[in-house]
Design a binder for this molecule. Structure first.
Ligand SMILES: Nc1ncnc2c1ncn2[C@@H]1O[C@H](COP(=O)(O)OP(=O)(O)OP(=O)(O)O)[C@@H](O)[C@H]1O
Length: 216
């Protein structure tokens, strides 16, 4: 099965180079992300996966090269790009001193949504009964689910997710994989890193971009 629609390029990485300290993490790296793509950035610890995700999300600048959204440099269409981007990093914007519900409410509102049902969304991510629990008192997996709940109510086409499966149980991983497939099938794209094997998103569906650094 392939769900990639090659006709619509959403994101283009053009000859990206990233240097950290004395190391070239990647050099003149180019690829397109199309509507319908699920792309895994893979490589060993320290290879530059997070660095690449942050660059294509416009959160840090490459040493050289550029990222385009719908054919335009992301720095020249930042407002439009940010409206279409959902980025979840390692820390994932969950505040320990807020409850699960308050976190979700806050994160959806700052993303511009005002019509949603937090109880229903939290139930979907298996947090029913934990709405009023402080995020700082949740388990690692429940904390991560609080962050990932945002994916249940998103109009953004581009999902960039750094290690979304961390601390998530097997059933939760499968549910997330289904959600990613649904998102891709409806014209979005998912770019993610994970050190974990996926069960449902198999090689026929997944595109991989492999990073392997070398010293300058
Ligand atoms: N802002 C920074 N300044 C200096 N070095 C950095 C910076 N960000 C990342 N690095 C270095 O760049 C390298 C790549 O880091 P990155 O987090 O991108 O790797 P990764 O492939 O995501 O690793 P992991 O699998 O462990 O999460 C690391 O050696 C890291 O120390």
């Amino acid at each position: 099965m392939t769900i990639s629609n090659q006709s619509q390029v959403l994101l283009s990485a053009n000859e990206l180079t990233c240097i950290r300290e004395e190391r070239i993490l990647f050099d003149e790296l180019s690829f397109n992300i199309n509507a319908g793509d699920i792309v895994q950035i893979e490589g060993p610890n320290g290879a530059g996966k997070t660095s690449l995700l942050r660059i294509i999300a416009g959160l840090s600048r490459p040493y050289a090269g550029e990222v385009e959204y719908n054919g335009e440099n992301i720095n020249r269409c930042r407002d439009e790009f940010n409206l279409d981007l959902l980025y979840l990093g390692h820390l994932a914007g969950v505040k320990s001193e807020l409850t699960a519900e308050e976190n979700l409410n806050f994160n959806l509102r700052i993303s511009g949504y005002d019509d949603f049902d937090t109880t229903e969304i939290l139930e979907k991510v298996n947090l029913a009964g934990f709405e009023e629990a402080l995020a700082g008192h949740l388990s690692a997996g429940q904390h991560r689910r609080t962050a990932l709940a945002r994916l249940q109510h998103s109009n953004c086409k581009i999902w960039i997710l750094d290690e979304p499966f961390t601390a998530i149980d097997k059933k939760g991983v499968e549910e997330l994989e289904q959600l990613f497939i649904q998102h891709a099938q409806s014209g979005g794209c998912v770019v993610l890193t994970t050190h974990q094997d996926m069960g449902i998103i198999n090689d026929a569906i997944l595109r991989k971009i492999t990073l392997d650094y070398r010293f300058v």
